[in-house]
Write a protein that binds this ligand. Structure first.
Ligand code: PBG
Length: 344
């Protein structure tokens, strides 16, 4: 058959190819491992990983979180060892969550800014044990208040945004004084980034950066974390401050506000069900982006893996790689150690 013989060929059409060439073969580029490596678009590395750690009171405490096998609450001595081990695995950063004793909690969460609180002590211990490890801290009140909400309550039991801001400033500056290098506000209070930035700068902490949980949804996927951090709300839920999972345009507004207020990096949370949001932010803003593979995502993969229903390491790596492909520059994950081992 020649190019000009087809009955249906008109000038301007793409000339028909001889039938032996008609099949396009994308499989060709998958036919050899070497080729697959050469054409791979997304590469997960240890440089992408942030390990969450939970700091509690006591000494030599290492208690496993029931709904998160392989995740522990650790006293300051143990958390320093964990940070050192993570440093040796090549993980660049940890993010710290405080788990104070219940007796230390009050309605305002004052223990959150006490200089001898569990997180400031953990920061100092990690600085000594693992000096090259970047120290990020979560900035929020749900772990510190006796009602488990992320700020100060009004008499009607609502979280009062503007009364919470000065407390966030106190918490941020106290943690920066103790050696936090990145502050990650996760409470979804309006104006947090501006307040915290100003407070840090006033005290000379101009080099402490802000990783804002700008886009944080009111999600059922945080369930196991609330066991780990003992931070479940005593009444109600977080839907008056965290975002509605049904919204996407609002995520762009949240992100824009935090950029205007001086955020250095933005986070989308949870990870897996919100890849569309991550991708939108990636395309809209030229900011470093973090994704959080949250506790419920970890627990699902763990549980299915433990039952032999899925191949846990494989699903873990696939899930992390997909977060990067969707637009994340960095990933907070309870799997950071396991992933770092496989990536070594
Ligand atoms: C604190 C905070 C939460 C998480 C991170 N920071 C809990 C929440 O908002 O209830 C969840 C992390 C996870 O599920 O792994 N506000």
């Amino acid at each position: 058959m020649s190019y000009t013989q087809g009955d249906h060929f008109h000038p301007g059409d793409v000339p028909p190819l001889p039938p032996e060439y008609l099949v396009k073969r994308p499989r060709r580029l998958r036919s050899h491992l070497g080729l697959r490596r050469l054409v791979r678009e997304t590469v997960l590395t240890r440089d992408d990983l942030i390990l969450p750690l939970f700091a509690c009171e006591g000494t030599r405490v290492r208690s496993e979180v029931a709904s998160m096998p392989g995740v522990y609450r650790e006293s300051v001595d143990r958390i320093a060892e964990s940070a050192r081990a993570a440093e040796q695995l090549g993980i660049p950063a940890v993010i710290l969550f405080g788990v104070p004793d219940r007796s230390q909690k009050d309605a305002e969460g004052r223990i959150a800014w006490a200089p001898d609180g569990v997180v400031p002590r953990a920061l100092e211990a990690i600085e000594r044990a693992a000096p090259s490890m970047l120290r990020i801290v979560d900035l929020c009140f749900c772990e510190y208040t006796n009602h488990g909400h992320c700020g100060v309550l009004t008499e009607h039991g609502e979280v009062d945004n503007d009364l919470t801001l000065p407390n966030l400033e106190l918490q941020a500056t106290s943690l920066a004084d103790a050696g936090a290098q990145v502050i990650a506000p996760s409470g979804m209070m309006d104006g947090t980034v501006a307040s915290v930035r100003n407070a840090l700068d006033e005290l000379g902490h101009t080099q402490v950066s802000i990783l804002s949980y700008a886009v944080k949804y009111a999600s059922g996927f945080y369930g196991p974390f609330r066991d780990a951090a003992d931070s479940a709300p005593a009444f109600g839920d977080r839907s008056t401050y965290q975002m509605d999972p049904a919204n996407a345009e609002e995520a762009l507004r949240e992100a824009r506000l935090d950029i205007e207020q001086g955020a250095d990096m933005l986070m989308v949370k949870p990870g897996l069900p919100y890849h569309d949001i991550l991708r939108r932010l990636r395309e809209e803003f030229d900011m470093p982006l973090a994704a959080y593979q949250v506790s419920g995502e970890y627990a699902m993969i763990k549980a299915a893996g433990a039952n032999g229903w899925i191949d846990e390491p494989r699903v873990m790596m696939e899930s992390l790689t997909c977060m990067k492909r969707a637009g994340a520059d960095m990933i907070l994950t309870y799997y950071a150690r396991e992933a770092a081992r496989l990536l070594r």
